[in-house]
Structures are given as structure tokens and as C-alpha cells.
Design a protein around this ligand. Structure first.
Ligand code: AMP
Ligand code: ZN
Length: 114
């Protein structure tokens, strides 16, 4: 998508600290981290939010979770623990409308979330 911030990162038109990339997904560190580890994992195909995901993407969604498991291990937080956040639409505070999974770790998380 032409004006999408994360599509620009995918096309390398904007810089990012890329921690993993393949044909389907890219993972890069959040520019404003909310935890010692805060990585965003996104599909290269543009979907605005989880609300735009259909049965056609069910394998892609599972693939992303498996890769998050691998990235958590690479970041050294697999054993200590981590949280996956998928903000969807306004009540969740979604700011960037290219679906993205937040991988957060490296500190104790609180519950319930704010
Ligand atoms: P959300 O509020 O769930 O839409 O999350 C958007 C996230 O994208 C926020 O945590 C931002 O800090 C992050 N973000 C915005 N712009 C960039 C960027 N250029 N590079 C990396 N992360 C970004
Ligand atoms: Zn996009």
C-alpha cells in the first residue's frame, strides 16, 4: 500500500532494525519500545487489521506465531516469558493500520493490561 508506514519499511523506503525477514513476514524493533524487548512482526502482504483477516490467511497467522516463538528465542526471552499483543481498531488503540503483532518481553508484565 502506497502510504502505509509499515509497507514503506517492507519496501526499505524507511529504516528499521530488522531482526528477521523472509518471503512472507518481516520483524523489526519498535521505534518507541514499551519493554526491553519490543519487536513488531508483520506480514508483507498488507491487511489493515485482524478484522480484514479471512480463512485464506489462516496458515499465514499460524506461521507468524511460529516465527514469533523463534524470534522470542533469538531475543533471549523464550524462557523468561513474553506477551503478544494484537491491537485491533480504536478501543484497543491501534495506530498503524497494517496488522502487526507486538512481541514484548524482558520485564515483568502486569495484568490486566491498561
Ligand atoms: P499500535 O498502537 O498497535 O498500532 O502500534 C503501532 C506501533 O508502531 C507503536 O508501538 C509504535 O511505536 C510503532 N511504530 C510507529 N512507527 C514506527 C517505525 N517507523 N518503526 C518502528 N516502529 C514504529
Ligand atoms: Zn501496509
Amino acid at each position: 500500500m502506497e502510504d502505509c508506514l509499515f509497507c514503506k519499511i517492507i519496501r526499505k523506503e524507511l529504516p528499521a532494525n530488522v531482526v528477521y525477514e523472509d518471503d512472507l513476514i518481516i520483524a523489526f524493533d519498535d521505534i518507541n519500545p514499551k519493554a526491553p524487548v519490543h519487536t513488531l512482526v508483520i506480514p508483507k502482504e498488507h491487511f489493515s487489521s485482524l478484522n480484514d483477516i479471512t480463512e485464506a490467511q489462516h496458515a499465514l497467522m499460524g506461521y507468524i506465531l511460529l516465527k514469533i516463538q523463534m524470534i522470542a528465542d533469538k531475543k533471549g526471552i523464550a524462557e523468561s516469558g513474553y506477551r503478544i499483543v494484537l491491537n485491533t481498531a480504536s478501543d484497543a488503540g491501534q495506530d498503524v493500520f497494517h496488522i502487526h503483532f507486538h512481541l514484548l518481553g524482558g520485564r515483568r508484565m502486569t495484568w490486566p493490561p491498561g
